[in-house]
Each structure stands twice: as C-alpha cells, then as structure tokens.
Design a protein around this ligand. Sequence first.
Ligand code: GLU
Length: 420
Amino acid sequence: MSIYNDDVFQMACDQFKVIADYLEIPNNDRDRLMYPKRAVAVTLPIHMDDGTVQTFQGYRVQHHLTLGPTKGGTRFAPSLSMGETAALAMWMSWKCALANLPYGGAKGGIACDPTKLSTKELEAVSRRYMQEMIPFVGPHTDIMGPDMGTNEQVMSWFMDTYSVYQGYCVNEIVTGKPVSIGGTEGRREATGRGVVYLIERAMDMLKLDPAKCTAIVQGFGNVGSVAALSLAYKTGVKVVGISDATVALYNPNGIDVAKAEQHVMKKGNLRAFTEADRVDPNEMLTMPCDVLVPSAVDRVIHAGNAAKLKCRILAEGANGPTTPEADLILNERWDDVFVIPDILCNAGGVIVSYFEWVQGLQAFMWSETEVTDKLFRILEHSFTQVIKRAKAHKVSHRTSAMAIGVERVMKAKHARGLFP
Ligand code: GLU
C-alpha cells in the first residue's frame, strides 16, 4: 500500500500493531482493520489574486464504513500528504468508536498554507475542494468538519458549495459551521472544553489541588487557546507556558491568557506578545509543570524528550503528539506521568460535531447547556472505561483506549462480513 508511505502513517500502523498483539487479533483481520477503505486525491487549480493559476493537491481518506458514515476534519497545512491524512483518518476511527459514535473515521485536507492565501483565494480553494469531493461525500456517506488550518468560514463555503449543487440547503453535510447556518452552540469550544474536563477528572484521581497546579499549553489554535483559557479561568490553574507556530512563551508567575488571546485576535499570532519570556519551543515541553497539554502537531513527544518530561498529567489535545517510542518510556513512568491519550482527550470536537449532525438531520436546535452536559456525559463514560480497563489489564491508558475502539470496530466487522 505504497500510496500511504509516510512516517505518520507508519506510526499509526505501529500503534495499531501494539493493540492487535494485545487483543490477539488474527492475521486475517489485521489488514482490513488497519488500511483505509477509500482514499481520494484531487487536483485543485484556482485563480490567484495576481492573475496566475496555482494548482493545489487535496485529499480525503475514509477509513471504514462499518458503523455508519465516515466523519472527520479537513486540514489545510503545507506538508499534508496522503499518508498523513490516512493516519489521521485511522485515529478518527478509534476515537469515534471509543466515544460510541455511529461513525467510521475520515480525514481530508489541502496541502496549502492558509496564512499565505487571501480570503478570496482561500474561498476559491475551499469551494473547489468541496466541488471535487461531491461524488464521494454526503450526509450518510462522509461528513466533513474542521481541523488545523480551517474554521467556521471554510465550513460555510463547503456547506454552500454542496448545497448549491444539490439545489437545496444541506446543513448536515458539514459540521463546525457558524450557528447562523445550522451549526451547533458549543462546537467551537468543544475540543478545548473536553480536554479540560478530562484534566479535572485526572486531577481529582491524583488528588491534585488545581489552585496549586501549573500548566503549559503547546499550540494556541482552536484547541490550545480554549484549553488555556478554561484552565486559567474555570479550573483555576496557573498557566505558565503557551506557544504557537511563531513563538513559545514562559512566565513562572502565570501568563494573562485572556490578554494573549486578545493579542492573537488583533495580530493573528503570539509573536509580538511581550508579557512573558521567549523560550525554546522544544525546551518548553520539558519545563516543570503539573499539566502539559500538547495541542499542536504530531510527534512532539518522542524518544529524545519523553524521559525528561516534568509534568504529572500529559493531556494530548493534538492528534498523535506522542510516538510509540516515547510510549515505551512513558509506560515505565506510569506511576509518575498520567497520560490522557489523544483519542480520548481531544474527542470533544467530534462528539459535538456528532450532536451538530444529529440536530441538522432532525432540524432540532439544542442549547449550549444541553450540548455541554451531553458532551461531558460521554467523556465521563469513556474516561471511566479507559481507566477501568487499564487497571484491570495492567496496560497503558493509550492501549486501553485504543483497544476499546479497535474491539468495537472489529466486532461490527465480524457481525457484518467483508463488505464494509
Ligand atoms: N478535527 C477534529 C478531530 O481531529 C474533529 C473533526 C470533526 O469534528 O469532524 O477530532
């Protein structure tokens, strides 16, 4: 399956093999559980503002269709490849199954740097991407959502392009839309809120007093900024480190996260925010704190720094932030670092996307309180199951979480047969 050749895809496969060995999955089942059901690559020519035509590459991977339609975000990032998209789709499968959502995993995106495109160019490439995807997606086939580099506006263009083609309004083709066109209350905050709910649960288990705890949050996008704000102002944790793609900042006395957020709203990034010391972004991860929240890109916790982490809780807001080599080290440190694995930790986003899809299909509107209550209930259930299994089987939280997801998908495949 050389089209998926990529380090991130290899990592997702290596993680799967650990689970397949632990669950003693027969060889007959392994490849069909691991490899994506479908993968589509599209070429997207658009008119640039300077009059030239530039061509972008787009992808969509649908990992399995066994439990319902596929579901997953759309990433706009310069280095995006088919392999990385496939890895992210596989992780979505285990994430959705762990939360008991009636979905297979998917992921898609465009290899582009959205910060270097004008609004007009971004609209053109977004609409062209959805137009090319029309034969492959649908409210009962594959539902897109937001991911790194995309936002409510991009989801609106997707929804509009699909609806124009159908000739009527199809809200439920995309989630993460603005509330004004059928989005749900609480979707934008859902991932960060979920991350913090689970951190609070972990603190509770470890008997840590939030008022005496510090946190470092890597990434200041939709996940990291909401997590940092919520940790600081709801949980009462002192946030001592924050970062984005331009800078890493540290202040042992605590960072004014609300001010940092206002700065980003005005300037677009944290680069010129002066109320903390600049530190090396890699070193920030190994600075002392109680809670470390990697919520940016994959593979930032690796064999080279896992032994040096000085946190008590590692809450994985990003997808795939920890490599399997780092896992081996963290498994030894189970008594010292409490890992909340990505497919549990950042599941809040897709759970509330599921609520948005359900509301769209039924033309219902739920209040933000309803949404958040239902979100926490699902996360509570997943968290309890993951901890219980990890304790009973003496396995890591990641193994426990992934095993619950993989087992559900395998059971459904056995019940249905070879088709999906
Ligand atoms: N991008 C989010 C994730 O990685 C969720 C996408 C969605 O809501 O479909 O979980």
